[in-house]
Every structure is written in C-alpha cells, then in structure tokens.
Ligand binder design. Structure first.
Ligand code: ATP
Ligand code: MG
Length: 327
C-alpha cells in the first residue's frame, strides 16, 4: 500500500510500528483467507486455532508469556482498531472505494461481539450495520438478494452485513420449508438451485468488485462444544439471558447439515475478488484479532489516500487563508 506520508501532498505519516502492524495484520489475514474454494475442507480448519500466538510469543508482543497474553492481545487489538480507523478516514475522504463486510456463523460464534469490538474506534458516519433475520413477506416476494443488495455501502463507506444473502444457501438449505415460502415458480426449483445461487452470488460479488466495492466475508468457525458452553453462560448469567433463545438449542440438532452447507458455500463462493475468511472462533480474542487484521488487509489492498488538491485548488485555499487572516 502507499504510505499516506509519501507521494502527492499526503498528510499522515505511518510510524514504523504502524507499518510493522499492517504487515503483521496482512500476514495474519492471509493465514485464514480462502481465495479459491476448490477442494475446501472445513475439517482442516480448527476452531481453537490461535496461530502464531500458540507459544505465548509473537513478534509484535514479544514479552507476552501465556499469563499476560490476554492483556497483550487486547492492546494489540486496540492498535489494530486504531489503524482501521485511520484507513477508514481516508476511505471516507477519498470517496472512491467502499468496503462490504459479510458476517456468517452459527449462533453464539461471536458475530455481534466481533462487530462491536472491531468497529469500536471507527467514525459512525462512515459505517452502517445491517442485520438480516427471518425475511418479511415483502422480502420474500423479491429475488433472494434484493433485501441485502439495496443496502450495499455507498462509496467511502463501510457496510456490515450481520448475516446476509448467504442465509439463502445455509438456513434455507437446511430447512427446505423456507424455500417453499419463497413463491418461486416450481419449474425453477431444481436440485441445481444451490449451485445456481452460488453462481449468482459470485457474479454479484464480481460486479461489486468491478464497481469499487471491496468484498470480504467472514465465517466465524465455532465448535459445537464451545457453542454449548456459551449457551450455558447465556442461561446462567442474567445479563446474558436476553441473548438466549430455546430455538438456537433446537438448531444444534442440525449441526452437521449446517457444516456441510457452510463447506459447500465456501467451495462455491470463495474467490479472489471476494474471499472468505474462515476465522477460528473458540477464542474470542483471536477471532477479533483476525477480523481486525482482515479489515486492515482489505483496506491496505487498494490505494487509499486523502484527495490531493490540484494547483487551482491549492490557490483557492491560499486565497481563503489570506481572507481569513485579513479579517
Ligand atoms: P443472531 O442469531 O444473528 O445473533 P438474533 O438471534 O438476534 O441474531 P434471530 O431473531 O435469531 O436474531 O434472527 C436470525 C435468524 O434469522 C437466524 O436463525 C437465521 O437463520 C434466520 N434467517 C436469516 N435469514 C433468513 C432467510 N433468508 N430465511 C430464513 N431464515 C433466515
Ligand atoms: Mg439467533
């Protein structure tokens, strides 16, 4: 990426620490990114993976022994969030690119927490979060991506989809009765419908990429055991009761079907222009670091910079300055 402190009148300097962080973030992001779905196997992705932090040691937090890792990684996340925030400021000012972040996961995998923590430092004006739950009658009367595509981010903006059109190849695939509610002409509902949807999604995401929207998709990969633990916490902790739904427990009976659907989805829709990040989600601190790192990577992959003024623009500024000083 270009350092905003180098060419054409850019005003911000990245410190050496920032540049090291950006480099490390891109490496961490790459570790969990799937850019080609061919042959993708979910079983090869460990939900409890904590990558290079395994030994309590990491180039960016060299002295963090296992005991102090929690604090150290918290500080690291805070630094990551600060970098996301600076990149977002440029994204917004430049008003050319936009970023679409799609979050998919089983219940209690930590979507909400990841969104909350990673986006905590960013300017709310430049960001919009949309949650997609069971569709309304109006939504069911439209094509399957309609309710999401109409909320795609404007230039300069970060758009977050908390669930998305991907539910259409996940919950709708596991529960075929939802497909029946979609009022599709019967001759269009064949066994090929999921592959057709993958193809349509790929086309849509390529279209978005060609129009300046950077698309990144996150599958927060939580294990069945960890989900159980978190459901029990939601039951036992009164401040978490509101998050608990008995229906979520019933949904565990379909775990294997969901995993097959996720695997197939990633096979069918992981592309170079819209990669999936398969984020280990049994450790929340690691999930959040990977999500932050992937956002840094996405924003660093394009040439973000503050709009540079041409000569006439600079002359206008000089003139305005002179007038102000003359008051
Ligand atoms: P979350 O579970 O994301 O934290 P929540 O529990 O607040 O959010 P819910 O009311 O559970 O929200 O809504 C999400 C539910 O809506 C999920 O079970 C999801 O599978 C379902 N859903 C989302 N999109 C669709 C769709 N297109 N068709 C059917 N069900 C859908
Ligand atoms: Mg739910």
């Amino acid at each position: 990426m270009s350092n905003p402190g180098d060419a054409s009148g850019h005003v911000q300097e990245w410190s050496d620490r920032d540049l090291a962080l950006i480099k490390a973030a891109r490496k961490l992001a790459a570790r969990h990114m799937v850019r080609d779905g061919d042959g993708f196997k979910l079983s090869q992705h460990d939900p409890a993976d904590i990558g290079a932090f395994e030994n309590g040691d990491h180039p960016l937090i060299p002295d963090a022994a296992a005991g102090s890792r929690k604090e150290a990684t918290k500080d690291l996340l805070a630094e990551g969030v600060r970098i996301v925030s600076r990149l977002q400021d440029m994204l917004y000012a430049q008003n050319r690119w936009s970023l679409l972040l799609v979050f998919q996961a089983m219940d209690a995998a930590g979507k909400d927490g990841a969104i909350k923590h990673v986006m905590s430092g960013i300017n709310p004006q430049g960001c919009a979060v949309h949650s997609f739950k069971a569709p309304s009658a109006e939504e069911l009367d439209h094509d399957f991506m309609w309710r999401c595509t109409r909320l795609a981010p404007r230039r300069g903006m970060i758009g977050i989809f908390n669930r998305s059109y991907y539910e259409e190849v996940l919950v709708v695939r596991v529960h075929r009765e939802y497909l029946a509610k979609q009022q599709l002409p019967p001759e269009l509902v064949t066994n090929g419908i999921w592959d057709e949807r993958f193809k349509d999604i790929r086309s849509y995401e390529r279209y978005m990429a060609r129009n300046g929207t950077i698309v990144r998709k996150f599958f927060l990969n939580v294990s069945r055991e960890e989900q159980k633990k978190r459901f029990l916490e939601r039951i036992d902790d009164p401040t978490k009761n509101w998050k608990f739904s008995a229906a979520d427990v019933a949904e565990r009976a379909h775990w294997d079907e969901y995993m097959r659907a996720y695997q197939d989805m990633i096979r069918g829709t992981a592309t170079d222009f819209a990669p999936w990040s398969v984020v280990p989600a049994d450790n929340k601190w690691y999930t959040r670091l990977v999500v932050a790192a992937t956002i840094v990577d996405a924003l660093a992959s394009v040439d973000l910079h503050y709009p540079a003024l041409d000569e006439a623009g600079r002359a206008k500024l000089a003139d305005a300055r002179a007038r102000l000083m003359a008051e």
